[in-house]
Ligand binder design. Structure first.
Ligand code: HEM
Length: 468
């Protein structure tokens, strides 16, 4: 096994870029920024409260302290907005859905969607997660003993689960191509470029946006096909889903319904924001478990003892203390949304620094989660740190895999429940083993992706339960 892909179990130091001692020279910093921004971050990023740098005439600020993070993410509309660069990268996949909406339009969209993401509603979706985990296992069982691309399988599963549970839509054989389409987008045309850094408006440097427009047509073509299928399901036998909520929503002031275009933007947003991030979180958790089999074995015992071979409901998920801790620790070390960035719309003071208009201000889960001031042994994989302290750490302000402030992730509870169900099902029946010597390092594109999709082997457990 390659040294950087399998650290000694005793230390449990999973792979990550090693920070340079000092700031990189401008030309190298720019090159790294477009390939994998976290790889160029110097040591001070993991030690200081605030880091400022100027690149190509732009001020870049990284805030590493909870009060500063709150200032940036909670004061969103007055001083800070989503950067033009992020909109250029995300809009082809999400249209004008809730992720990129602003002001009164955002408030209206978030109000309409909120009932679909309450704890009670998420609890009612657990059977969908169980069914999705079962389909994933059936697929993986077909290649038992052989090598599997777990990254791709988890992506398809997460997309399929998102479509079924939120929209009562069955993707069947479309899940693979749709997941591959989004992955290609992130790796190629959707990647951050210097044109994104320089653009003042979303439409600037239009020549470089054509490939993104092509992707937009393809992705929205897929979404339209799905929404049309949902329209055909009028049997009344299924419980209401998010799409029903959207179709029934009325503006409290005008009584108007959402237009068809607004509904498809929301579907595209929730599918895109929901599946890719969750799939990445599942991948990194599985990768860590393959690197550190002792934790995996302890999890298998917990799952067998607590669930006794039965499928979990929402209450049972609360009871899986070590599994929850492992998932939260994986989100700490490999936050799928590694950077939460805003742009100033007027000059602001941050911790005594004057920050001009147009500056990029980032609250980075990647940096906060590895910061020396907040964590013992920050680079080590130690799920135990979350056991019995989940609530305290989640409220600390320095653990923020789902963002923070009014625009905190709408799907945090959804993603957590889904991931716990899939992991419990997988670990109960199989050992996850790496079957690849190549190093796997995190690369931050839109989400935190693995540098390669490594091969895994799934070894059936002798005492595997019959299946949920
Ligand atoms: C492990 C999985 C996930 C992670 C790490 C994650 C992370 C995040 C983060 C960091 C933000 C804040 C972005 C910002 O402020 O700029 C966000 C926003 C959002 N997330 Fe998630 N997310 C995950 C899963 C999901 C799921 C499953 C859904 C939907 C079912 C979802 C829907 C959204 C939406 C709609 C927003 C925008 C909220 C708004 O602007 O009001 N996410 N997510």
């Amino acid at each position: 096994m390659h040294a950087s892909s399998q650290a000694p179990v005793r230390e449990r130091l999973p792979p990550a870029p090693v920070p340079p001692e000092r700031d990189l020279p401008v030309w190298r910093a720019l090159a790294v920024m477009t390939r994998n921004p976290i790889a160029g971050w110097p040591r001070r990023v993991y030690e200081d409260r605030l880091v400022v740098r100027r690149l190509l005439g732009r001020t870049m600020v990284l805030v590493n302290e909870p009060a500063l993070v709150r200032r940036v993410l909670a004061d969103n509309e007055r001083d800070f907005v989503r950067p033009v660069a992020s909109k250029r990268m995300l809009r082809p996949g999400t249209g004008n859905g809730v992720l990129l909406a602003e002001g009164a339009d955002w408030r209206r969209q978030r109000r309409i969607l909120a009932p679909a993401f309450t704890p009670r509603h998420i609890a009612s979706l657990v059977p969908h997660f169980v069914a999705g985990a079962g389909r994933l296992m059936a697929r993986l069982d077909a290649c038992a003993g052989g090598r599997v691309n777990l990254s791709a399988a988890l992506q398809e599963a997460a997309l399929d689960i998102a479509a079924r549970s939120m929209f009562s839509l069955s993707l069947d054989d479309r899940a693979g191509p749709m997941a591959a389409l989004l992955t290609r987008y992130q790796k190629k045309v959707g990647r951050f470029t210097l044109w994104d850094l320089l653009a003042r408006r979303e439409s600037d440097f239009g020549l470089f946006l054509r490939a993104r427009a092509d992707f937009h047509r393809q992705w929205f073509g897929e979404v339209d096909r799905l929404v049309a299928l949902h329209g055909g399901d009028r049997t009344g036998s299924r419980p209401p889903d998010v799409l029903d909520l959207l179709q029934a929503a009325r503006d409290p002031e005008t009584g108007e319904a959402l237009r068809a275009g607004e509904i498809r933007d929301q579907v595209a947003t929730l599918l895109g924001a929901g599946f890719e991030t969750t799939a990445r979180a599942l991948f990194w958790t599985c990768h860590l478990l393959a690197l550190y089999p002792d934790i995996q074995e302890r999890l298998a015992v917990e799952i067998a003892t607590r669930l006794g071979g039965r499928a979990p409901d929402a209450a049972a998920l609360e009871d899986l203390a070590l599994l929850r801790a492992t998932f939260f620790e994986a989100l700490r070390l490999y936050p799928p949304a590694a950077l939460v960035t805003r742009q100033t719309v007027r000059p602001v003071e941050l911790d005594g620094h004057h920050v001009p208009v147009g500056a990029f201000v980032t609250a980075a889960p990647w940096a906060m989660h590895r910061h020396r001031a907040y964590w013992d042994d920050p680079l080590a994989f130690r799920p135990e740190r979350f056991v019995g302290r989940e609530r305290e750490i989640v409220q600390s302000g320095w653990y923020m895999p789902f963002g923070s402030g009014p625009r905190v992730c709408l799907g945090a509870a959804f993603a957590t429940s889904e991931a716990l169900v899939v992991l419990a099902r997988l670990i109960a029946s199989h050992r996850i083993v790496l079957a690849d010597d190549r190093p796997v390092v995190p690369v931050v594109m839109i989400t935190t992706m693995p540098s390669i999709e490594p091969w895994f082997r799934l070894e059936p457990r002798a005492d595997r339960p019959p299946g949920w």
